[in-house]
Write a protein that binds this ligand. Structure first.
Ligand code: AP5
Ligand code: MG
Length: 189
């Protein structure tokens, strides 16, 4: 049985960057709801059309849509032997839906990656220049940070109350430094 992990942390903390590296190392799929939603927007699917303006504003796409998308993804063969969730769950409602879908005790551990707010904003503004992601502008970044504090950060308390340990990893420093911390944290938890 491979590992069943999830990444928590604010926008720009490096969840996607680290999850991709870790998924390759562990041989499990990296499941990023943000990436899946952006793919739907690009392909102009019904889901993508519903999600586009919400994502551009930095708000959360409705739970029912995201939960259905994740359940479908977790039902695919490659997720049977472990997975790495990135950007989901994003609030307590989604966490409950995931618990129901997987059954109690299925999640092993959550990695909480954090960085200073100025660093988060600087990374996302830099990505705006490099990649032009629609939600990487100052106003939307501020809203994404606020949505994180209001909706997602409560999961840092929810998971330990529900039998899943949360391991905090310092997300400051280089990509490789952060990755080493994650590998070390997983070896001891
Ligand atoms: P999502 O795609 O999940 O975006 P996010 O949480 O805002 O996070 P980011 O992807 O911006 O940050 P990250 O922590 O992954 O960092 P990354 O590695 O990319 O969600 C986007 C939107 O989709 C949401 O706002 C919402 O609308 C919707 N959505 C998604 N999931 C949802 C859900 N479950 N429910 C409802 N709605 C949902 O790194 C950021 C940048 O920094 C990159 O350029 C990277 O190269 C760079 N970087 C990374 N690490 C370092 C480092 N150590 N040093 C310097 N630069 C670094
Ligand atoms: Mg990401």
């Amino acid at each position: 049985m491979g590992r069943r992990l999830l990444f928590l942390g604010p926008p720009g903390a490096g969840k996607g960057t680290q999850a991709e590296m870790l998924a390759r190392t562990l041989g499990v799929p990296h499941i990023s709801t943000g990436a899946m939603l952006r793919d739907n927007v690009e392909r102009g699917t019904e889901l993508g059309m519903k999600a586009q303006a919400i994502m551009a504003a930095g708000d959360l796409v409705p739970d029912d849509l995201v939960v259905a998308m994740v359940k479908d993804r977790l039902g695919q063969d490659d997720a049977a032997c472990g997975f790495l969730l990135d950007g989901f769950p994003r609030n307590v409602g989604q966490a409950r839906a995931l618990d129901e879908a997987l059954g109690a005790g299925a999640l092993e551990l959550a990695l909480l990656v954090e960085a200073d707010e100025e660093e988060l904003v600087a990374r996302l503004l830099q990505r705006a220049i490099e990649e032009g992601r629609e939600d990487d502008n100052e106003q939307t970044i501020r809203n994404r940070l606020q949505v994180y504090r209001d909706e997602t950060e409560p999961l840092v308390g929810y998971y330990p109350d529900n039998g899943v340990i949360v391991v905090a990893v310092d997300g400051m420093g280089t990509v490789d430094e952060v990755f080493s911390r994650i590998v070390k944290a997983l070896a001891t938890n």
